[in-house]
Write a protein that binds this ligand. Structure first.
Ligand code: ADP
Ligand code: ZN
Length: 710
């Protein structure tokens, strides 16, 4: 029987998108503790949830059902539960949806009879690299953070440390990225005393400077302390290459967590992580939500990557959430990048993040020489996209036994197919997007939904036969040009749709390393941290892509991408060269790239952001209404705008068509909300939207800190 002093009922949170937890009676046998995984009856089914606290007591006991049983698992740590609540409040999603991310899948929670997982054992000193002086200094700084000897940034005053914008009703802490003068910390955070080990550090070094080597020193220190270390990557295509490096450093392969795992692997890994047996985890952003009993360090590799932003379900930025998780857990977080995001550099400027810099490339490697090729000077034949200087560069590089890369951030063969008779453009029937021709499938594909079609015989508009023309290049078309003009070159195409799994990416990397390839042609997926010693030429086919359209984020992105691509070249003793084809050599992004002047570029961008009231100076949220009927969508978006709180601090922009105004058969209109940084935008939105009722057939998408500013 239950102890009379313990609560009579318990609140259980279920991994479903419902706002609240539900009350249950304890099971006959036991009183599960807070954090216990329990099975409960729910709507005629059984479901697994987590005990979140004492019952709210607003339902008479007679109407309550009893918990069926508790699972044989460690309790979810308090910090993991706090994190679920925090993410839910920040992103305005039901806590159950965030809990679902902690489970991964409910199938992970129960081990099967024959499950055996040979959990890797990591030796922090398995292989100790000899660090350069610069690297050793950086590593020392990071190790100190892990040990906790470093003085934690003060929480109060002075614009340093975590700025918690506290919503006193719910105890929500605001984002790390925003906020002017930090108000006093929450009582709950103060009381917990766990914040002491928190620090956020930008590990900032040019590609090839040894950032990976250096943050491995922090991981080693974390492992020495017996704690768990998590390295986050933006895309799973990158895992394979890094796993081998980590294995060489620590004597075992890290435990992976991403969508590429089999059900069984996922279950085994989840169990090993939740039980604290897995000490070193390499994962995608979803790994952040796992119930680590002893997380001691988070590394966010390539922190600038847009792929950290999750745009569906719970909409969140993996990097920002990593900082929040580190803060809640009182542990260090390291953000690593050769091209840090503007937000992160701003936080460094503000003194909120520490800054560890690696100034030079490791060993003999030099930064490559970057040149612009002014495409306006050359009249290229209509089927060709490689200018004479770039072509000559390729010829020479390959002839001398070196390797090259051609970068074009566009999958498929041609991004547009039009009828030469009437000018009709083949469009996706479900999206406001042109169809991209893909030679691999022999079909036209929409890159925004699953739609594909065969190239029609006749133009759907003018009914004339066989007059379609492919316009513009995708990577497949560049490959075709290479085949024709450099028939002796051994090349491969690397794009997300040509790689079916991380192993496929690794196979190409291996081929490059064994020098079985002369040339890789690919999308941004190639811009990642690969290291090819014989690679000495990078050609950027379309440097202008991404500069058009006026999105300030696009310029930042282009700058980062071109810098990353440049970073692929000349990583060993052989000098590297980068040729960027452009029709706008006078554009500030292009000028900054050839000068390699990141600071000047970032400063100019920051000034622009400030002038336009954009992050990181201002806070931003977007509300997107979507539905099948465009008139209804517009009316609802206008209604939403009309109900906005009358607050002189808030600025409502729009409604206007969203960046993809028609997507997967739904029309989308959106509002942007700008607020000064000291406003808790999440709670403003919550109060506002609590009183708004939209028709049931419309959807409202809330994005706090949207990635796109348009
Ligand atoms: P980054 O992550 O900054 O791009 P990496 O950590 O990948 O740089 O290092 C670039 C290359 O230099 C890698 O091949 C790495 O093994 C090598 N390297 C860096 N530091 C050292 C070191 N101290 N000893 C040996 N090799 C190193
Ligand atoms: Zn489509």
């Amino acid at each position: 029987m239950t102890n009379p002093s313990s609560p009579k009922t318990l609140r259980v949170l279920l991994p479903v998108p419902l706002a609240e937890a539900y009350d249950y009676l304890p099971s006959e046998k036991e009183m599960p503790q807070k954090g216990a995984f329990v099975e409960v009856p729910f709507g005629g089914r059984k479901m697994i949830g987590v005990v979140w606290g004492e019952g709210a007591g607003d339902v008479p006991d007679a109407k309550l059902k009893a918990i069926i049983r508790a699972l044989d698992l460690p309790l979810t740590p308090k910090v993991s539960r706090d994190f679920v609540d925090w993410v839910a409040a920040y992103t305005l999603t039901p806590a159950g949806a965030a809990l679902k991310m902690m489970f991964g899948s409910v199938k992970n929670l129960e081990a099967k009879k024959n499950d055996v997982f040979d959990c890797p054992v990591f030796d922090p000193d398995f292989f100790q690299p000899v660090l350069s002086e610069d690297q050793e200094k950086a590593a020392g700084g990071l190790r100190e953070k892990v040990v906790g000897r470093a003085t934690p940034p003060p929480l109060e005053g002075g614009g340093r440390g975590w700025e918690g914008e506290i919503n006193t009703e719910s105890g929500i802490i605001g984002s790390t990225v925003h906020g002017r003068s930090p108000p006093p910390p929450t009582p709950s955070l103060k009381g917990r005393g766990s914040v002491n080990g928190y620090s956020a550090t930008l590990l900032d070094g040019v590609t090839g400077s040894g950032k990976t080597e250096v943050f491995c020193e922090a991981i080693a220190e974390c492992l020495r302390q017996g704690k768990q270390a998590l390295v986050m990557l933006p895309e799973i295509a990158m895992t394979a290459a890094l796993i081998d490096r980590f294995a060489a450093r620590f004597g075992a392969r890290p435990v992976e967590w991403h969508s590429g795992l089999s059900d069984k692997q996922r279950r085994l890994h989840w169990q090993a992580i939740a039980k604290g047996e897995a000490k070193f985890i390499l994962g995608a952003r979803s790994a952040l939500f796992l119930p680590y009993p002893a997380l001691g360090l988070i590394v966010v590799d390539e922190e600038h990557e847009a792929a950290y932003k999750q745009e569906e379900g719970v909409i969140y930025h993996g990097r920002d959430m990593a900082v929040a998780r580190a803060h809640l857990g009182g542990i260090p977080v390291i953000l690593s990048s050769a091209t840090p995001s503007l937000e992160t550099l701003f936080n460094v400027q503000q003194g909120k993040y520490c800054h560890v810099v690696l100034r030079t490339r490791f060993g003999e490697a030099q930064m490559p020489h970057i040149e612009l090729v002014d495409l306006r000077k050359y009249k290229l034949p209509s089927q060709e996209f490689i200018s004479p200087p770039l072509f000559k560069g390729l010829q020479e590089t390959i002839a001398s036994g070196q390797q090259a890369m051609l970068f074009l951030n566009r999958r498929g063969y041609a991004p547009l197919t039009l009828c030469r008779g009437c000018g009709h453009r083949l469009q996706c029937p479900h999206c406001a997007a042109w169809l991209t021709e893909h030679k691999k499938s022999g079909r036209l594909h929409c890159h925004h939904c699953d739609y594909t079609m065969r190239l029609p015989d006749k133009c759907p508009s003018c009914q004339v036969e066989g007059r379609f023309a492919a316009c513009g290049p995708g990577v497949e078309r560049i490959a075709e040009e290479i085949k024709k003009r450099l028939p002796q070159a051994r090349f491969a195409v690397m794009a997300s749709d040509t790689l079916d799994n991380p192993q496929a990416a690794q196979a190409l990397v291996d081929q490059m390393e064994r020098r079985e390839l002369d040339l890789l042609i690919g999308t941004q997926i190639m811009a990642k941290g690969y290291h090819f010693p014989r690679l000495t030429l990078v050609g950027v086919v379309d440097g202008d892509l991404g500069l058009a359209g006026g999105d300030p984020r696009a310029c930042e992105r282009t700058f980062q991408l071109l810098q990353q691509m440049a970073g692929r070249s000349g990583r060993a003793a052989d000098a590297g060269r980068v040729l960027v084809q452009t029709t706008a050599p006078e554009h500030p992004v292009m000028k900054a790239i050839i000068k390699g002047d990141r600071d000047a570029f970032m400063q100019a961008e920051l000034e622009e952001r400030q002038a336009y009231r954009l992050p990181p100076y201002w806070r931003l949220a977007s509300l997107t209404v979507s539905g099948a009927d465009v008139h209804q969508v517009i009316a609802a978006a206008r209604h939403l705008a009309a109900t906005a709180p009358q607050d002189e601090n808030l600025r409502i922009l729009g409604p206007a068509p969203a960046p993809f105004a028609f997507l997967r058969g739904k029309h989308r209109h959106r509002l942007m909300i700008q607020a000064p940084r000291n406003v808790n935008l999440s709670s403003v939105l919550r109060r506002w939207l609590a009183n708004v009722k939209l028709p049931r057939n419309l959807r409202l998408l809330i994005d706090v800190d949207p990635y796109s500013f348009l």
